[in-house]
Every structure is written in C-alpha cells, then in structure tokens.
Design a protein around this ligand. Sequence first.
Ligand code: BJW
Length: 238
Amino acid sequence: MTDPVRHWVRSASRIAVLTGAGMSAESGVPTFRDAQTGLWAKFDPQQLATEHAFRANPKMVWDWYAFRRDLIAKVEPNAGHRALAAFSRRHPGRLTLITQNVDGLHQRAGSEGALALHGNIFEDKWLDTPGACCNADAAVADTPPYCGRCGNLLRPAVVWFGEALPARALAAAEAAANECDVMLVVGTSGVVYPAAGLARTAAGKVVIINPEPTELDDAADAVLRGRAAQLLPLLLED
Ligand code: BJW
C-alpha cells in the first residue's frame, strides 16, 4: 500500500504535511482524544483548552499546562519527526510542514519554518490586553503568575477553542494546501477546524497516516493504517 504513495511523494514538486498529536505519540506525548494518563484521565482537554475554563479556574488550567510542559521537556523527537526534518534538508523548499502540535518536537528535530497553527506550549502571553505595568519578567510567581500592579494573568501562548489561529501561519498553510501535489495528514483525528479543513481543500492527493479511522478518511486518496514513526521514514526516504 505504501508503494503508490511513495511514487506520489517522489514525483511531487510540492508536498504539504499536516501533523497532529499522534505525530508525537511515539515520543511519549499523550494525544488529546485517546489520552487516559495523568491529568488527561482526570480532565477533558476539550473543556480545559478554553479561555472560559482558564478564567473560571486559572490554577487548575495552569497546572494542566505545567504538567504537560514538564512531560514534553523530558521527551525526544521520534523517527517520524526526524524523517520530515531530514527530507526538508535534502530537498529545500519542497515540503511545507504544518503542525497543530504545541510541543515543539518538529522544531527540535530540525524542521525549520514549521507552521505552528496552535501556538507553543513553552511560551506565555497576557490573558488581557497588557498595560504599561505588565512585564512578564517581573510577574509575581504564582499559579498562574500575575502582574503585581493590575492583576493581569499570564497564560500559555496556545490557541484555545474560539480563538483565532495566527493569521500568517494559517495563510501560509492555506497556500501550501492549495498548491500541493500531495498532502500527508499524519496523526490527527481531523475534528478540529480550521486545521482539518486544510485536508479537505488540498489540491493534490491526500494521504492519511493513522492507526485508527479519522474524520478525514472520506477526503483521502489513500489511507495508511500505521504509526507515524514507522511509516514516515519509509515514505520519505530517497
Ligand atoms: C497516531 C499515532 C501514531 C495515535 N501515529 N497517528 C468548523 C466546523 C465545526 C467547528 C468549527 C469549525 N471551525 C471552527 C470551529 C470551532 C472549533 C472546532 O474545531 N471545534 C470542533 C472540535 C467541533 N475551532 C476553533 O475554535 C479554532 N478557532 C477558530 O475557529 O477561531 C475562529 C475565529 C476567527 C476569528 C476570530 C476569533 C475566532 C481553534 C482551535 C484550537 C484548538 N486548540 C487545541 C488546544 C491547543 C492548546 C493545547 O495543546 O492545550 O489544539 S484543541 C486540541 O485539538 C489541540 C490539537 O492541536 C487539536 C487537534 O487534535 P489532534 O492533533 O487531531 O489530536 P487527537 O487527539 O484528536 O487525535 C490524535 C490522532 O492521532 C488520533 O486519530 C489517533 O488515532 C492518532 N494516533 N497514535 C499516527 N503513533
């Protein structure tokens, strides 16, 4: 089954790759919708990843992110991350990497210019529009940290439900989808938009890489039932 897809990849001038949480599963990062461990077992990510949840219970949501930051800081990019980065090094300008992941593992593997649609878990930003008094370096160390003058809270610089994606990254991702010859859709359930919509508007062949069925399977020209760290090195070798 990988043979026709390998042919599509080899003959493609422009390849777009859209990754989701399953991309990092083999590095040891739990996915969102399968997760049964740690804080994931106790809380529903779809309930926690909202501004409303943070305002209602900032300590609980901050702790969830702190737990995840600790976990992600201890894991390493896997063979799938490395295969994507190596391909881009061998073929500059041919592959556009679009990720929903906030874990930074593509970047740590050496993928430069990855389009991070949902932000970066290791960065913070102010919850409300910062005033002149809001200086992140001088924030009061609490859970979460806050401005000692006005009380504004720091929050993770990720994209929560109901929030706009970074405009430049989204525009570049849409352009890559519109222009690609092949799109690899790796390790995403395909339920979260607008990211999932990129697979539906892709100009080229759409290939799903996932051990389980996804909401995007109906949009695919090929579905490879397997794991990212196993299949990407096979598909992307020269
Ligand atoms: C493996 C594997 C292995 C396991 N190898 N695979 C259109 C229709 C309906 C709703 C909407 C719509 N457009 C917008 C919406 C609303 C909403 C949305 O999509 N809701 C749906 C859930 C119904 N979208 C939004 O709100 C977005 N914002 C927006 O639209 O703003 C509009 C706006 C414009 C202008 C001004 C203001 C607003 C924002 C979405 C933000 C999503 N954020 C999160 C949290 C990020 C921070 C954090 O990390 O905490 O992003 S939610 C979470 O889901 C996270 C992920 O990036 C995202 C996607 O999840 P993903 O990656 O697919 O993970 P899973 O767990 O679902 O799937 C893992 C997969 O891996 C599974 O399939 C496994 O089988 C597989 N797998 N092991 C390969 N080894």
